[in-house]
Ligand binder design. Structure first.
Ligand code: PNS
Length: 161
């Protein structure tokens, strides 16, 4: 495919499920723009700057992957960045309703923007950023679930060694 794709999300924090989608998306599109939602009204564990720094570190050897913060409407940001394909991961039936609504709303807001759904690898189908934070916060091990830099940053946030 010839067009640039945009992969938006909160990424609080990025998980191996996100990384899996990005690496597979990278094979399908010439460029992937990871768009990190910056929403002062939404409380996050990691600031937008921290989330961006972490993601940039993970993909530092991938010249076709860029990372930017965004706020406001996704379709406006996508258009401004000439990225007309929105990639979203679809994990389970429970994701479907929200994703369906969002894809159709985005289409209504800007018919030039297409949503491209990808299934995660089965081993990550249960994974979410919220679960990672909960499991880690309660003392569980997340080393198979997130990139090592995320695990390190979680330790720093929770001051746990
Ligand atoms: O990782 P998330 O939290 O599931 O990502 C949701 C995200 C950031 C893709 C969504 O909340 C979004 O696009 N927000 C930007 C505001 C917007 O465009 N809203 C209308 C979309 S229906």
């Amino acid at each position: 495919m010839e067009k640039k794709a945009i992969y938006p999300g909160s990424f609080d924090p990025i998980t191996n499920g996100h990384v899996d989608i990005i690496l597979r998306g990278e094979k399908l599109f010439p460029q992937v723009l990871i768009a990190v939602l910056e929403n002062p009204k939404k409380e996050t564990l990691f600031s937008a700057d921290e989330r961006i720094e972490i993601i940039r570190d993970i993909f530092k050897d991938h010249p076709n992957i860029e990372v930017k913060a965004f706020h406001g409407l996704l379709v406006d940001f996508a258009q401004k960045n000439e990225a007309p394909i929105v990639i979203r991961g679809l994990r389970a039936v429970s994701d479907f309703e929200f994703e369906f609504q969002m894809a159709l709303m985005n289409k209504k807001l800007n018919p030039a923007i297409e949503t491209f759904f990808m299934m995660p690898s089965a081993k990550y189908a249960f994974l979410s950023s919220s679960l990672v934070k909960e499991v880690f916060g309660l003392g569980g091990c997340v080393s198979d679930l997130v990139p090592s830099i995320v695990e390190k940053r979680l330790h720093e946030k929770f001051r746990r060694d």
